[in-house]
Design a protein around this ligand. Structure first.
Ligand code: GAL
Length: 674
């Protein structure tokens, strides 16, 4: 990842980015003039243009008409509003597919996806790549000297809607990818365990994508297909990045990733290496009973994708979206808290989808900075006030979030657990992660997300929810960490298989058996609706139970009922000068909070500052100043926090030691370090 090339995520901007996707092509010149005036009123300093403009700019192959975009960019330049120009390659024109129907993506069951929406392309298609190359080259050259451009926005949410493509070209590219990975067919046959169900391959051309089959396809093959898919989309991204970097080496390259906790298709650890700026599109889920925790979770994983450095909220919403089943509007104050929470979690920019609500198309009911109700609306007034808030935080830019805990996040484990024929269909990777995150949130701990082989040494606590696929390298990493004094908490269904999805030698939990000091004799998944008790915790859990036999670890809690009654549910193993806990039950966030409270008390881990139940406290540190974000998620009760500092949002100096927080209030304290 090349993020460190840039002192600020958007060097051409001297403030936190504030603005959104802007589609002037949907509006008249008069409306666009009004847009500029209103953008000034709201404090907009960055807009993203051109995301779906391919068909408008290139009406026929090789014929380019940049005039309308030129006019718009000139207008924005005169108005001193910066622009992130998009390569519109997520929406190739209809004429392209007429010439190249083979570039349409194919689903596992052979269904070809059509045009008329967006993101309907196969990432392996040579015709698609050639068309992207031609378009992006023309675009970059046309705008290479335009002073208004401060960032390139490549494509839009690579792979999010389609994921893997299963067409014939993808099959060809997959074979090439496999040849590079395994060199020999013997290597591939061994890695895929093809002696099972008689799948031995004698010729590379016999290999197919894991298309729909009568039963679950080979899980090793399937996981490789997801790896391949990440690489294919990343290649498309690199193709464009190489072009714009060669033409405009001074302008950073960004692509917008979808919310990493919602999107499982691509390995963002790997993909993020392609870009200078990690942009994330993150939306509240209306069915989340504690949506601010979902949002903090997404923020922390996003910062992980950016390897701890500041990231960009490339899209979020002022209020309702359109793609959920029930598109719930935000409550009063929620947008402000959401945006400021993203900045607390390390974002150096807060952009919205979108500037002005569309009058037509599939997203006409989507909220916007300027809603259908226009400027006489609460949303607009809140947007204007938010613009001022964001500007008041300018000095926070570039500071780094200070976390007290790390969680290991691993897309290949997520993929592998979806391959079918698992011990239970009710165990879900993202559910376990969310439960652990919520417990850490309840303890007011800030969490960094890391890849399993990353350096863990600076964290007092490492949490490992369902690291099903654990390489020997990852296992050794965790062991080294614990031996050196770290505290590890591992959930059930971790350490089970290696990179090829082969069960590790010996009993479960395989690669983590020694670290945890336990042996699992058998999994005892529960029938739907059945629950078991975890005795000392006063908790009942569903989905999972397993027979744990201590092999060095001490038993902390036992199952109180069910198939493993009387046997360990939670254990603790001393490893070097550290410890490794094993949680064999599917505890909910409340019960996990009790477990982690005990773990953190024992390890002496404390939050950034002590706060009340619904208050979020996150610290970002700059070269000589800390920024303590305090967010009260309780809309009814005020509270106080023991802290000092100057609130950047109001200018008030809090020197009494007690900082009042209104219901839904946010305070950002600048604290000079001695
Ligand atoms: C994003 C997408 C935007 C818009 C938005 C609506 O996934 O990038 O173009 O569709 O969702 O919430």
């Amino acid at each position: 990842m090349t993020t460190s090339r840039w002192p600020s995520i958007v060097p051409g901007l001297d403030e936190i980015a504030f603005g959104g996707d802007y589609s002037p092509e949907q509006w008249s010149a008069e409306v666009c003039e009004e847009d500029i005036r209103l953008m000034h009123e709201a404090g907009v300093n960055l807009v993203q243009i051109g995301i779906f403009l391919w068909a408008a700019i290139e009406p026929a192959p090789g014929e380019f008409d940049f005039d309308p975009l030129d006019r718009m960019l000139d207008r924005l330049h005169r108005a001193d509003i910066r622009v992130s120009v998009a390569t519109p390659t997520a929406a190739p024109p209809a004429w392209f597919f007429r010439r190249h129907p083979e570039a349409l993506p194919v689903k596992r069951d052979g269904r070809v996806l059509g045009i008329g929406a967006r993101e309907s392309y196969c990432p392996s298609s040579p015709a698609y790549r050639a068309a992207c190359e031609r378009f992006v080259t023309a675009l970059a050259k046309h705008y290479q000297d335009h002073p208004v451009i401060v960032m390139w926005h490549l494509n839009n949410e690579y792979g999010v809607q389609v994921g893997p493509c299963y067409c014939e070209q993808s099959a060809v590219s997959f074979r090439e990818w496999l040849r590079e990975r395994y060199t020999t067919l013997d290597g591939l046959n061994a890695a895929w365990g093809t002696t099972f169900w008689g799948q031995h391959y004698y010729d590379w051309d016999e290999i197919q994508p894991p298309r729909l089959a009568p039963m679950p396809v080979n899980p090793s093959q399937r996981n490789d297909y997801f790896r391949f898919t990440t690489d294919e989309y990343a290649r498309c991204c690199r193709l464009e990045a190489d072009i714009v970097r060669s033409v405009t080496p001074g302008i950073p390259v960004m692509t917008n990733f979808a919310d990493p906790v919602e999107t499982g298709y691509l390995d963002y650890w790997r993909f993020a290496e392609e870009v200078d700026v990690v942009g994330i599109d993150t939306y509240l889920m209306g069915n989340d009973p504690r949506p601010h925790i979902g949002l903090a979770f997404a923020g922390d994983v996003s910062r992980g994708v950016a390897r701890g450095r500041p990231w960009l909220v490339n899209e979020h919403s002022t209020s309702a979206v359109t793609w959920q089943t029930h598109n719930v509007a935000k409550r009063p104050g929620e947008m402000r808290r959401n945006t400021l929470a993203h900045i607390a979690h390390g974002a150096d920019g807060a952009l919205f989808f979108q500037w002005r609500a569309s009058r037509f198309g599939s997203e006409k009911f989507h909220s916007a900075m300027l809603p259908q109700a226009g400027t006489s609306s609460q949303v607009w007034r809140d947007v204007v006030a938010l613009g001022a808030d964001v500007r008041a935080l300018t000095e926070v830019r570039g500071s780094l979030v200070q976390a007290q805990a790390a969680v290991l996040w691993h897309w290949p484990s997520w993929w592998a657990m979806q391959s079918g024929y698992q011990p239970t269909a009710d165990h879900h990777y993202e559910e376990r992660h969310r439960a652990y995150y919520e417990a850490l949130w309840n303890l007011h701990l800030t969490t960094d997300y890391l890849a399993p082989t990353d350096d863990l040494s600076r964290y007092p606590l490492v949490v490992v929810p369902s690291l099903y696929l654990t390489s020997q390298e990852a296992a050794a990493n965790l062991r080294r960490y614990a031996e050196g004094g770290g505290t590890v908490v591992v959930s059930y269904f971790s350490g089970i298989v290696d990179e090829n999805d082969h069960i590790h030698d010996g009993p479960y939990p395989g690669a983590l058996r020694e670290l945890l000091g336990v042996v699992t004799e058998e999994f005892h998944p529960l029938r739907p609706g059945d629950t078991v008790e975890v005795a000392g915790l006063g908790a009942r859990t569903d989905v999972w139970s397993e027979r744990v036999v201590p092999a060095g670890a001490e038993t902390i809690e036992t199952f109180g009922s069910g198939p493993d009654a009387g046997h360990p549910a939670i254990t603790r193993n001393t490893v070097g000068s550290g410890s490794a806990w094993y949680v064999a039950a599917k505890l909910d966030a409340a019960a996990l909070t009790r477990v982690l409270r005990r773990v953190t008390a024992e390890a002496g881990i404390v939050p950034a500052v002590p706060v009340g139940a619904d208050v979020e406290a996150v610290r970002r540190s700059g070269p000589d100043t800390d920024y303590l974000f305090l967010i009260n998620h309780d809309a009814e009760r005020s509270t106080t926090v023991t802290a000092t500092g100057r609130d950047l949002l109001t200018g008030v100096e809090h020197d009494s030691g007690q900082v009042p927080l209104e219901p839904s209030g946010v305070v950002v304290l600048a604290q000079r370090r001695a």
